[in-house]
Design a protein around this ligand. Structure first.
Ligand code: BGC
Length: 751
């Protein structure tokens, strides 16, 4: 059949506008197309290659239908040229889908996802993703490998930066917000991107926080802790999933039929597309799961990996596997159908090209404004002895010190392939702007975060002596977190703590502002500082946002999305732990133990002799320039049936003298379970903004789903018994209300 006839046939099939096409119509287009494809063309659709410009090899591959998706090509002219080769010069004219890791912004960089999580503000997260989609799609990127919804409880793991932190519920809510932001309400609009929930699954549990490491996750824990954010993303319509690098209980995710078929397809009904991680089919060989690449290709197809990202396993072996009857063509067809469905859903058959006239929509004022607000809502005030906000009546000269004060490259964090350094506005820029250049004495002390050489200390100390206030910007360079960038020691790297000690010795008030890609163990540094601010790498607008917060123009409202350890050895650490049979009590710490004390002298409870128990700054915690009070929670009923609901309310009041926002957090505890339940679990949150003296009643509804848990891998139950419920400003404080789940609620209790 010649090309014109095929185009005419496809044209009939695709005559309706993409937005108007029903799923049934998409299926019929997909089947029609599948019926016309050779095996080689089918395998081509499953092949994803990294771009290398308009090179002969790539052009040949595209024209022969040998590639279905290209990642990392960001020049809109090249995108259009390659797309033209696919649409106009390949036999069937199937468009390519161009992909990229747009993780926290494309050009306008937002805070790393862990920072965005600190905002506890899904609307803000959605807005950031919308802006990222608009910018990236303007060069032809219609598929991003984001959100990463791996629950992460170990800050040694560098990829905690890309996550929404330690909590399953928060990760679910924010993952959904990101999916909505990228995909919008109509994925066929050319300014949207298909989302990709990654890395399916359990990657955040990499043993000992070392990247790519093995995981052992009992099925019940998998379903309780790690899978819900993925299920939420699937329910929210995430167009694609990516499987993870790690093995779970011995089976690498790329060959994990149970995960990719039993759970994702059969239980959840996901009908989108699954991509491997980079080279992850191939990596089943060193894992010790595949004999060779051919075996890996077969295992990938059987498990349900639709697209092979850069393993070259499908393109090298699938045709042969089918011809020898080791893989059925029907199995290949089902993978190809998922790829084609994605392309129809994106409207690529109708709108394959970038509109060059409106291309490169970057750095709109509104986008920069949103990026600034995102940092303002993400930065956490961890400690304040009154040094903040900067008091203009006392502070004339400010010493700006530390390696992160003017770190245009490092303040943006990990996964920013497209950022432009000169666009970063640093704290130094913004403070000069705000306070006047002559009032800022800049002496970094250390040029970069890992530096051990102290030759710059003398100038920093001199600056501190001449100033009324010291702002010390410390933290981690961008390269110290992210993929394959794990750390064992979670303290400030290099000589930063020593610098802080020297600054403190000047007697001047010292504010420590940390910018990092993970939670750090800051006990000694925070004890020294008069105020401590934590800002996960904030992106392009870090400087103006921090200046607004430090000066008091804007109030802090960020809350810890992870528990901050006192010492590195406490990790993994998370608030929703089990109580143990011997919860910490009457702790005797290492320096208080008498010499030659007996084995049982410290009380035999669950704590560390050197770090005690619990986090330095717990999940959900964060200060403000005002204060808030919470009334005890009021519940609508003290007894409910297992399928019943109740409401919980409390009054939040601003008891200070400034307007501010607090995050009211709803926690539950199931006291006695057939399997032991965590001490608290987040089930809702609301950011409340109150003027001084103002109060507001916040109300949450607790539904059966909020009380249920898996007591076997296949049964999720609400068990009768006593529950506590809190509405509190963090995961540790507040008084609970109690209620009972009973098989037969008494009439009185329901009234
Ligand atoms: C990462 C993924 C990423 C992919 C493509 C991999 O190394 O694990 O998160 O999406 O590369 O860049």
């Amino acid at each position: 059949m010649n090309k014109n006839i095929i185009t005419a046939v496809l044209g009939v099939c695709c005559a309706v506008t993409a937005a108007g096409r029903t799923e049934a119509e998409i299926d019929s287009c997909v089947n029609d197309l599948l019926g016309r494809m050779t095996l080689a063309e089918k395998v081509g659709q499953l092949n994803q290659r990294s771009g290398f410009g308009y090179a002969d090899e790539m052009v040949g591959l595209v024209r022969s239908g040998g590639v279905g998706s290209i990642l990392n090509e960001t020049d809109p002219e090249t995108v259009n040229k390659l797309q033209r080769d696919a649409v106009e010069k390949s036999r069937l004219g199937i468009p390519l889908v161009f992909a990229r890791d747009v993780v926290h912004g494309f050009k306008t960089i937002f805070p790393i996802p862990l920072g965005q999580a600190a905002s506890f503000n899904p609307a803000l997260v959605e807005e950031g993703a919308r802006i990222a989609a608009d910018e990236a799609s303007s060069v032809g990127i219609r598929w991003t490998f984001s959100p990463m919804v791996d629950v992460s409880r170990d800050p040694r793991w560098g990829r905690i930066a890309e996550s929404f932190g330690e909590d399953t519920y928060l990760s679910s809510v924010l993952g959904v917000a990101m999916v909505k932001g990228y995909q919008g309400d109509d994925l066929t609009k050319p300014n949207t991107m298909a989302a990709c929930a990654k890395h399916f699954a359990g990657y955040g549990a990499s043993e000992s926080g070392r990247d790519y490491n093995t995981t052992w996750i009992p099925e019940i824990q998998l379903r309780e802790t790690y899978l819900p954010p993925f299920k939420a993303a699937s329910d929210a319509g995430a167009a694609t999933f990516m499987c993870s690098f790690n093995d779970i209980n011995g089976i690498p995710s790329s060959g994990n039929r149970h995960l990719l078929r039993d759970i994702l397809r059969d239980e959840w009904g996901f009908d989108g597309m699954v991509v491997s991680d980079w080279g992850s089919l191939d990596q089943m060989i060193p894992h010790g799961f595949s004999r060779d690449r051919r075996h890996a290709a077969m295992q990938g197809v059987n498990a349900g990996v639709d697209m092979d990202m850069e393993s070259y396993a499908y393109c090298a072996h699938l045709e042969d596997l089918v011809s020898k009857g080791e893989v059925s063509e029907a199995a290949v067809d089902s993978l190809v159908a998922n790829v084609l469905r994605l392309k129809y859903r994106l409207g690529l058959f109708e709108n394959p090209y970038v509109d060059i006239k409106t291309s490169k929509r970057f750095y709109a004022d509104a986008s920069l404004d949103a990026a600034r607000r995102a940092v303002e809502e993400s930065a956490i005030l961890l400690k304040n002895n009154g040094a903040l906000p900067i008091d203009n009546s006392k502070v004339r000269k400010i010493a700006v010190v530390g390696p992160m004060a003017d770190a245009r490259h490092d303040q943006v964090g990990t996964w920013v392939f497209d950022f432009e350094k000169e666009r970063s506005v640093t704290p130094l820029d913004a403070l000069k702007d705000m306070y006047g250049e002559k009032n800022i004495i800049y002496a970094p002390g250390l040029e970069y975060s890992r530096q051990n050489d102290t030759k710059g200390f003398a100038a920093a100390v001199k600056a501190a002596r001449e100033a009324d206030l010291v702002l010390c910007f410390g933290g981690e360079e961008a390269v110290l977190s992210g993929e394959a960038h794990c750390r064992v020691d979670l303290t400030l790297p290099g000589a930063q703590s020593a610098l802080l000690r020297e600054l403190k010795a000047t007697g001047k008030p010292v504010v420590l502002v940390v910018q990092a890609g993970r939670s750090l163990a800051l006990a000694d540094d925070a004890a020294l500082a008069d105020a401590t601010v934590f800002c996960f790498h904030g992106g392009t607008m870090t400087g103006p946002a921090l200046a607004n917060l430090l000066s008091g123009e804007v109030n802090f409202s960020g809350r810890c999305p992870v528990s901050f350890p006192r010492m590195s050895g406490q990790v993994p650490i998370y608030y929703n732990r089990k109580n143990t049979g011997r919860p910490a009590a009457d702790m005797t710490l290492i320096n208080d133990i008498p010499l030659e004390a007996g084995q049982t002298s410290t009380g035999c409870t669950s704590y560390y002799l050197d770090a005690g128990d619990g986090a330095l700054f717990p999940f959900g915690y964060g200060l403000s320039y005002t204060t808030f009070a919470y009334s005890d929670p009021v519940i609508s009923s003290s007894e409910i049936a297992p399928d019943g609901s109740l409401t919980v309310s409390c009054t939040v009041s601003n008891t200070g003298s400034r307007e501010g926002s607090d995050v009211a957090q709803l926690y539950v505890r199931d006291h006695i379970g057939s399997l032991v339940r965590p001490v608290r679990e987040l089930r809702g949150f609301e950011k409340v903004t109150l003027k001084p003296g103002e109060s507001r009643v916040v109300t949450f509804t607790l539904r059966p789903d909020d009380l249920a848990f898996y007591n076997t891998p296949t049964t999720r139950v609400v068990e009768p018994g006593e529950f506590s419920v809190w509405i509190s400003p963090d995961s540790q404080s507040g008084n609970p209300a109690k209620f009972n789940v009973v098989d037969q609620p008494s009439v009185a209790a329901n009234n």
